[in-house]
Design a protein. Structure first.
Length: 479
């Protein structure tokens, strides 16, 4: 491909995306394909000769689009949003075009420094405790990780290494192997699967503690777990509190868990993957009460702040904990500015060596929208979720089980099998997409505002779909 073809292909790709996104409502949100469909359509070997981009675009349309689940459709109400936006798409394209890899400051100073700056902007915008901010005189700082799972794993590994260092000083008679074998971390039964996985990957126990009747992890439960584990000879080292659980967006009580973590010298990580975006709203300040105890925190811009996947913001109280834990020296990685706090070598803060220029699309997106628009955008999503509940509250067959931010959850009154049957039928029709969760041991259906540019008409559409399927189902039951 030469430079002229690149220009042509690039323009065509933008047009293709603009058409796709503009008309996304016309497509069923879920695809109608069976496993293996693509294997039947594509050749089993890569082409020997080069192919023209126009043919490739045709195949994208014919073969790839029919196999997509349309995450940007405002009729997608499953999981949590994984949004994109026009400026983020452009930012992604430009960073791919610049093709820099910023594992240390010298590898591309603007790549590192822009990340420090946008992480400071974001920390201030979310009203995070000052100790996390790069501009604070302490050792705090921020980094953009690929996903919440990576951020949580980095926090868990850093916490583990801190505890090992501490125990080696306090209990020199213990071998390092003995210390590591006794480490135990905590999350809640409602924490994301990433928490359990981080324990597996860190090769330590990770206990999932019971939450209260509203799926909230409380301080007392954490305290009991820590005390009983200490009595059993174990070494508690990390506790992951979730602000916005995946099932029902419940907020663990940071203000109760924090002091307990502090008392027992346990690292508190806060997973605010979805709900963290709402920290920018003064009316939701209460959900981050207790964040001042946090040793690290993550939230996904790729969920609810207009930047496409992958983009997870992570802040840490003491960045030295990362460099002390993950610093591996090589002559080819040395440079004369290393150690300068304005020029962090992010390779020490993450799993991989190489890293993408993610801050570019964050910078472009935040500048394009600005604080006021982002706040209004998040508020709009919350009000759209409430609109569904308003419609639903007028139909006595439904029970509104709860709502939190832009997630509403509901069930059909009566046996859980009714709600399950309703959801199966809705998903089969592919017009809207929702997934279930358990709340107070009951099957509930989650409805999350997702996709690009959701409108009131999308909520009306969803409610009509839910109601129509319920009507049909109750008709069938009557027969
Ligand atoms: N934590 C919470 C609360 C989540 O809801 C999710 C995903 O939905 C994750 C972590 C994992 O996020 P990621 O896919 O960025 O690893």
């Amino acid at each position: 491909m030469d430079i002229n073809e690149f220009r042509e292909f690039g323009r065509a790709a933008i047009d293709f995306l603009a058409d796709y996104l503009e008309n996304i409502r016309e497509r069923p949100v879920l695809p109608s394909v069976e496993p293996g469909y693509l294997h039947e359509l594509l050749p089993t070997e890569m082409p020997k000769e080069s192919e023209n981009w126009k043919d490739i675009m045709k195949d994208l349309d014919s073969f790839i689009l029919p196999g997509l689940t349309h995450w940007q459709s405002p009729r997608f109400h499953a999981f949590y949003p994984s949004q994109t936006s026009f400026p983020a798409i452009i930012g992604e394209m430009i960073s791919a075009g610049l093709g820099v890899v910023g594992f240390s400051w010298i590898c591309s100073p603007a790549c590192t420094e822009l990340e420090v700056i946008v992480m400071d902007w974001l920390g201030k915008f979310l009203n995070l405790p000052a100790h996390f901010l790069p501009s604070d005189p302490g050792n705090g700082g921020g980094i953009i990780q690929g996903s919440a799972s990576e951020a949580i794993l980095v926090a868990v590994l850093a916490a583990r290494e801190e505890k090992v260092r501490q125990m080696k000083k306090e209990r020199p008679e213990m071998s390092e192997g003995d210390i590591r074998a006794k480490l135990v971390g905590y999350g809640s039964i409602h924490s994301n699967s990433a928490i359990e996985k981080s324990g597996l990957l860190a090769a330590t126990k990770m206990r999932l503690l019971d939450s209260d009747e509203n799926s909230i992890l409380r301080g007392e439960i954490v305290q009991q777990a820590i005390e009983s584990d200490i009595e059993a000879g174990l070494i508690p080292y990390v506790c992951i509190a979730t602000v916005g659980t995946t099932g029902t967006c419940a907020f663990d009580k940071l203000e109760e868990i924090g002091p307990i973590c502090k008392k027992y010298n346990v690292w508190m990580h806060i997973d605010a993957a979805y709900a963290g975006a709402a920290f920018c709203l003064p009316e939701y300040a209460h959900i981050k009460e207790g964040a001042e105890y946090g040793d690290s925190i993550n939230f996904n811009l790729h969920k609810w702040m207009l930047v496409n996947f992958d983009c997870c913001a992570m802040w840490i109280r003491n960045a030295n904990a990362l460099t002390e834990s993950f610093n591996v020296e090589r002559i080819y990685l040395d440079h004369k500015y290393q150690g300068d706090s304005k020029a962090p070598d992010y390779r020490h803060w993450q799993l991989a060596l190489g890293r993408r220029f993610r801050s570019l699309r964050v910078w472009i997106t935040l500048r394009t929208y600005g604080q006021d628009y982002i706040r209004s955008y998040i508020r709009k999503h919350i009000s759209l979720a409430n609109l569904l509940l308003k419609y639903m509250s007028e139909d006595e067959r439904f029970e509104v089980a709860g709502s939190s931010l832009a997630l509403a959850f509901f069930r059909l009154k009566g046996d859980c099998s009714l709600s399950k049957r309703l959801l199966d039928k809705i998903v089969e029709r592919k017009n809207i997409y929702m997934i279930p969760a358990l709340f107070q041991d009951k099957f509930i259906i989650r409805f999350v505002i997702c996709g690009m540019d959701p409108q009131e008409k999308d909520i009306e559409y969803a409610w009509n779909e839910i109601k129509t399927v319920a009507d049909e189902m109750f008709e069938e039951i009557k027969k």
